[in-house]
Write a protein that binds this ligand. Structure first.
Ligand code: GAL
Length: 416
């Protein structure tokens, strides 16, 4: 463990008890929330901290999924200049904790009773060696479809519930002259669709075997070939300009009525809301056909890095804000995610948010809740990146499905 983190272990804890606006300094926050909906959600946090007298120094690093943000973070830490707080996902949090770089939030967590209200699936990432090392702000899930309601109504399309119905719906949308699937060709976006397709092909058991347990038989079997065949089929519904497009611009295609659906995590809802759209009226949210009952999740968490003594009170204040039930409601209503605490009422959430909360609880109870591979909650970054490479190469036509299956087995094995 590094010297700075040992110091932190002691002093953050002490300051937690006497923290207050008078002691607090500004926080510098590294994050990748740069789209309209994301920025709106971030403002909820900025305003909350401003109310406590804590200023905000913004360190945005654009790039959905946070890959670029993690590269910048590594450079900052290496240069001995870590930000105060960092948005982080799943296994990345564990990796930084293992390096001894993260502050220990145990005293605050004990004082506020985090153990009782944060579900085990999130504690698995927010704790390291039994110590709280991050504050979970939300739970997103990746197996959603966002649809333009006017197009569905115009073409008489009912919400598809399985793969064949989905394909029939996409064919209809395409035949009517719309782009059927709004998509951005970036590895993390391809992988986000892959989460849902894998779950849809073989259900929770197959998803777990392949994406979480990394079982070579599941990664290399017939069901995985079917998953790649389905990815290739979905590729036939995107427009010619999809390559490199940011996810929020793909959402805009659905919002503006150019495209029928987007397969994306529920941060997409933030874009629809920011555009003034209402679920059930302007857009539809439903689970990726064939994955109903299951949830592939990711949880944005704020991890605190080793900083000068005078900034540690702000870190504790920020963690405390993030974990407050009223904040968790206000923030997630805007962000599209659901609260990381189980004791937050769904009163202020729209229909999609209420369904998200219900689905999460049901999936957790039935053992059908699994971390998203695409968003760093199924396997460490090395494996995730290996999966990205194969999924994207296949999506872009470099591999046929049989080759992709072989490459996947080899890439995942090589990355472990
Ligand atoms: C995810 C993150 C979300 C959202 C999305 C797109 O990884 O958990 O909060 O920001 O990327 O940027």
């Amino acid at each position: 463990m590094s010297r700075i983190s040992k110091t932190l272990m002691g002093s953050v804890a002490g300051l937690a008890m006497m923290s207050g606006a008078a002691l607090a300094d500004d926080v510098e926050v590294l994050h990748w929330w740069t789209s309209g909906g994301e920025a709106a959600a971030l403002n909820v946090l900025k305003d909350d901290l401003a109310g406590k007298g804590i200023g905000w120094t913004d360190m945005p690093v654009a790039g959905g999924g946070g890959e670029q943000a993690m590269t910048v973070l590594r450079a900052r830490v290496t240069a001995g200049n870590a930000p105060t707080a960092v948005q982080m996902l799943g296994f990345d949090i564990q990796d930084w904790a293992a390096e001894g770089a993260l502050a220990n939030l145990n005293d605050l967590a004990a004082k506020e009773g985090w153990d009782d209200v944060v579900p085990a699936a999130l504690q698995r990432f927010a704790k390291h060696d039994g110590n709280w090392i991050s504050a979970p702000v939300n739970v997103h899930s990746t197996n959603w479809v966002w649809a333009n309601k006017k197009i569905f109504d115009e073409l008489g399309i009912a919400q598809p519930t399985n793969w064949d119905e989905l394909i029939a719906a996409l064919d209809k949308i395409q035949a009517a002259g719309y782009t059927a699937v709004a998509h951005g060709g970036q590895a993390w976006q391809d992988a986000t669709i892959f989460d849902s397709v894998v779950m849809g092909v073989g259900g929770p058991e197959f998803y777990k075997a392949a994406m979480v347990d990394l079982d070579p038989a599941a990664l290399g079997g017939e069901q995985m070939k079917t998953a790649f065949d389905r990815m290739a089929k979905l590729r036939s519904y995107v427009d010619d300009n999809f390559s490199g497009r940011d996810w929020n611009l793909a959402s805009a295609m659905v919002i503006e009525g150019q495209a029928g659906v987007q397969f994306m995590g529920d941060w997409a809802k933030g874009e629809f809301l920011k555009a003034g759209q209402v679920p059930g009226q302007d857009f539809l949210c439903f689970r990726f056909p064939g994955t109903q009952g299951a949830v592939t999740f990711n949880s944005d968490q704020f991890a605190m890095f080793g900083v000068a003594d005078d900034q540690q009170a702000s870190q504790v204040e920020m963690a405390s804000s993030v974990m407050s039930p009223t904040f968790q409601s206000a923030f997630n209503v805007v962000k599209g995610s659901v609260p990381a605490r189980t004791d937050v009422p769904d009163t202020d959430f729209d229909a999609c948010g209420k369904q998200g909360m219900k689905d999460l609880a049901a999936a957790s109870a039935s053992g059908s809740l699994f971390g998203s591979m695409a968003h760093g909650h199924a396997a460490p970054a090395g494996v995730k990146n290996a999966v990205y490479d194969v999924v994207t190469a296949h999506f872009n036509g470099e591999y046929d499905s049989a080759t992709a299956v072989e490459e996947l087995v080899a890439a995942v094995e090589g990355a472990q």
